[in-house]
Design a protein around this ligand. Sequence first.
Ligand SMILES: [Zn+2]
Length: 335
Amino acid sequence: MANLSISQRFKLNAFFLLLGLLFLNNQKPNKHSWGFVGHERINEFAIYLLPSKLQAFFIQHLPYIVSQSVAPDKRRYISEIEAPRHYIDLDHYYVLGQDPFWNLPQNWQEAVDCHSEDTLQAYGIVPWHVIHMKYRLQKAFEQKDLTRTLKYAAEIGHYIADAHVPLHTTENYNGQFTNQLGIHGLWESRLVEIEADNFNFWIGPAQYLPSVQKAIWSVIHSSHAALDSVFKLETLVSAQILASQKYSYEYRGSTLTKVYSREFCNKYHHALNGMVERRMRAAILMVSSVWYTAWVDAGQPNLKEFQISNYENLESQDLDSTRKANSRWKQRSCH
Ligand SMILES: [Zn+2]
């Protein structure tokens, strides 16, 4: 696009935007992917909060950024190192009444020193993985590497979105210890499926984050603080509705599936007082802000000079660069 006039560029961007919107229309949740709609919307709307230069770049690749927002979840079934990147079981690190974060360093190396890497991996690493991914994204921007930039931008959006879900911060992630089995899908998929068309996703512009580490741990704090309401209100609303009306059956494609009824979902959504919408809005702002921060920290490279790179060995190279970054972090004894 180097030799195009401003009006030609505008037309080209408008064309890509139209292409993206057409793609999205065809990607509306279907019988197989409705559970992914939250991730897709978060990545899509994060693009609209970016400053114009960066937004034009992302809009050209909007179909990829949106469709790859769910790539990490698909990878969970084929890679055992993938699963812990999506959650953190904070309750493993404290007993009730204690500060959940007192014994949990935010810095990866310090946390490893305190609890061992095996333990961290066993109970989830989402906040640390977001920091690793920001580092990778920044490097990709620095190297003007189009392939990696798009891949890491799309995927960090997924992990940041997961960190905003209260149920991604507890061992009781699906209500299995409190007789609330299914609450995970209820909160993050079913409510989004039913209510998201009424959500307001127009949020202020992306902000530069002086510390992504502080920002993501603050997200984990607020997610975990909301957990109590997620469980208590489900119990409360369940008590207000006949057991026979809590569930209904809907077709997913040709399969009749048991789902939480719309009546129950509406009551629960109102009891939560907009919590799902608030968490989605916060996720959109943070995804956009982290993309923007990574680009700024990379020295604001010229986005017209980005080149497609070799995709082979991407994962192993990423692991090496992460190890190098980790080894630079200073060590500290823990509580
Ligand atoms: Zn996930």
